[in-house]
Ligand binder design. Structure first.
Ligand SMILES: [Zn+2]
Length: 439
C-alpha cells in the first residue's frame, strides 16, 4: 500500500481506525493494518477525519473584490447588486481568474474539496463565464468546482438573458440558476421558474435558484419551484438557495410548504453568515434573523446544506473560506444545541452537501477516492466549538495542504502556559488567529 493513515476518528463510528490507500483510493478500513504493508504511514493520534468540506453556494466571480469600486454603505442585498453591476461592466478575465484562484487556494487550505459557484451570465461578453471555466479546469486536480448560470439582474427583467444563459450552458456551465425574487412581479418570478426548470429538464441539468432571499413573508417562489420540480420529474435535482422569507412566513402555510418541498425532493441551501448580515435591514427592533427553518426542514426529511455565499465582496466583507465558521453560525442562529444537532450541522457541510451537488463516491468507504481532511478535534461538537486547523488535506492519496496544530502560549507573571485547545475541553478560549499556509 502507498499509505496507511493510522488512528483516525471517523464521525459516528466508535474506536480508532486505520485506512489503507493504494493508487489514490481507499483499499481498506480496519482497526488494525500491519505497518509493514505500507510505503508510508501517517499517525493521526485520534484526530478526526472527514472526506472534505463542501461549499454548496458561492460566488467565485465577485470574491475578494471588496471596496472595488466602492464599499456597501447600506449593507443591503440591493446595494451589493448595484456595486457588483458597476464592477462587472469593466472587469477583465485576468482579474477574475486571479481573484478566484487566490480564493481557491484559501479554500483548499481550509479543507474545502468542492464548491458550487454561481457565475453571473448577465453581461454580453460572458467574461465571468470564460474566467470561471478556466479556473474550474485549472483547479480540478485539487478542488471540484460546479458552476451555476446565474442571471443576476433577472431572467425576464432584462431583455436577452435567455440567449446569454443558453450560451453559458453551451460553453459548459453545469447548472441552471435563477433569481425569481429579482423579477419585476411575483408572476414574472413564477414564470422565470417555469422557463428555467424546462431548460434544465430539456438539457438534463440540475437547477439551483436564489429563491425568496428577502424578509417578505408573502414571497412564494419556493412553492412554484417545488411545483415545477414535480411537474417536470426533476425530483432530487433542484436546489433552493437562501429561502430567508420562510423565516417570516405564517406557520400554517409553512406546514403545507414543507410537505411540497419534501415531495419534490428539493435541496435547501442556507447561507447563515450572509443571511444574518443582509436580512432584517429594514427592521427596527426586534430585528429578524433571516435564516431559513433548518431544523424543521431536517425533521421533515428535506436535505439541507450550507454555503459561504460570499467572501470579501460587495455583499460580505468578512470570511476566510472556513466552512466551520459557516456551520457554527447555523448552529447558533438555528439554536441547534442538542448533541445530535452538532452532527446534523457537520453533515450540512459534508455528506448532505455531497447529496445537493450530486457528488457520488464521497464517503470514507473502501473503493472511494482517498480524500481526507484531518482536523485537530475528536467530535462534531469540537469541530464547531474550536474550528480547529486542518492539519492535513489529502486528495487522491496525496497531501495538498498542511497546517500546524493550534495552540497558544499564555504568560501570566512568571508563569508561561501552553494551551492546546484540543486537550483542554471546556477551559481554553482560542485567542490566536489562524494563518493560511498558502498565500
Ligand atoms: Zn448567492
Amino acid at each position: 500500500m502507498e499509505l496507511i493513515i493510522q488512528n483516525a476518528t471517523l464521525l459516528n463510528q466508535p474506536g480508532l481506525h486505520h485506512i489503507g490507500v493504494e493508487h489514490g483510493r481507499i483499499v481498506t478500513i480496519d482497526t488494525e493494518i500491519p505497518v509493514s504493508a505500507a510505503a508510508r504511514t501517517l499517525d493521526l493520534a485520534g484526530n478526526c477525519v472527514v472526506p472534505y468540506f463542501i461549499d454548496s453556494h458561492f460566488h467565485l466571480d465577485s470574491v475578494l473584490s471588496l471596496g472595488n469600486p466602492r464599499f456597501n454603505q447600506s449593507g443591503t442585498l440591493f446595494e451589493g447588486i448595484e456595486i457588483w453591476g458597476e464592477l462587472k461592466a469593466e472587469i477583465s478575465r485576468e482579474e477574475i481568474v486571479q481573484r478566484a484562484t487566490q480564493y481557491c487556494k484559501w479554500a483548499i487550505a481550509q479543507g474545502i474539496g468542492a464548491i458550487r459557484s454561481h457565475v453571473d451570465v448577465s453581461e454580453k461578453t460572458l467574461t465571468t463565464v470564460e474566467a470561471l471555466l478556466e479556473v474550474r479546469e485549472a483547479m480540478k486536480e485539487f478542488l471540484t468546482i460546479q458552476l451555476v448560470a446565474f442571471p443576476q439582474d433577472g431572467y425576464l427583467r432584462v431583455p436577452g438573458q435567455d440567449r446569454l444563459l443558453a450560451r453559458a450552458l453551451d460553453m459548459g456551465v453545469d447548472v441552471v440558476g435563477g433569481i425569481p425574487h429579482g423579477e419585476r412581479t411575483m408572476a414574472d418570478g413564477a414564470e422565470s421558474i417555469r422557463q428555467l426548470c424546462e431548460i434544465a429538464a430539456a438539457r438534463g441539468l440540475r437547477v439551483d435558484m436564489h429563491c425568496d432571499e428577502s424578509d417578505d413573508p408573502l414571497s412564494r417562489h419556493i412553492e412554484a419551484l417545488a411545483y415545477h420540480t414535480q411537474r417536470l420529474g426533476l425530483h432530487g435535482r433542484v436546489s433552493a438557495s437562501h429561502l430567508t422569507s420562510m423565516h417570516s412566513m405564517d406557520h400554517y402555510y409553512v406546514s403545507k410548504l414543507l410537505t411540497l418541498m419534501a415531495e419534490a425532493r428539493i435541496h435547501a441551501i442556507s447561507n447563515p453568515l450572509i443571511n444574518i448580515t443582509l436580512q432584517g435591514r429594514h427592521d427596527t427592533y426586534p430585528k429578524r434573523r433571516g435564516i431559513t427553518r433548518i431544523p424543521e426542514m431536517l425533521e421533515k426529511g428535506i436535505n439541507v446544506s450550507l454555503g459561504h455565499d460570499c467572501v470579501m465582496d460587495p455583499w460580505y466583507a468578512m470570511g476566510r473560506a472556513d466552512m466551520l465558521e459557516v456551520a457554527s453560525m447555523a448552529w447558533h442562529l438555528c439554536q441547534m444545541t442538542r448533541p445530535s444537532q452538532s452532527e446534523d450541522v457537520i453533515e450540512m457541510i459534508t455528506s448532505r452537501a455531497a447529496a445537493t451537488l450530486g457528488i457520488e463516491d464521497y464517503q470514507t468507504e473502501v473503493g472511494n477516492p482517498a480524500n481526507f481532511v484531518v482536523l485537530q478535534a475528536q467530535s462534531a461538537h469540537d469541530m464547531l466549538r474550536l474550528k480547529p486547523n486542518r492539519l492535513y488535506v489529502i486528495r487522491n492519496g496525496k497531501i495538498i495542504a498542511q497546517s500546524a496544530p493550534q495552540y497558544s502560549t499564555v504568560t501570566l507573571g512568571d508563569q508561561v502556559t501552553e494551551i492546546d485547545f484540543n486537550k483542554e475541553k471546556g477551559f481554553a478560549t482560542p485567542s490566536k488567529a489562524t494563518v493560511f499556509p498558502i498565500s
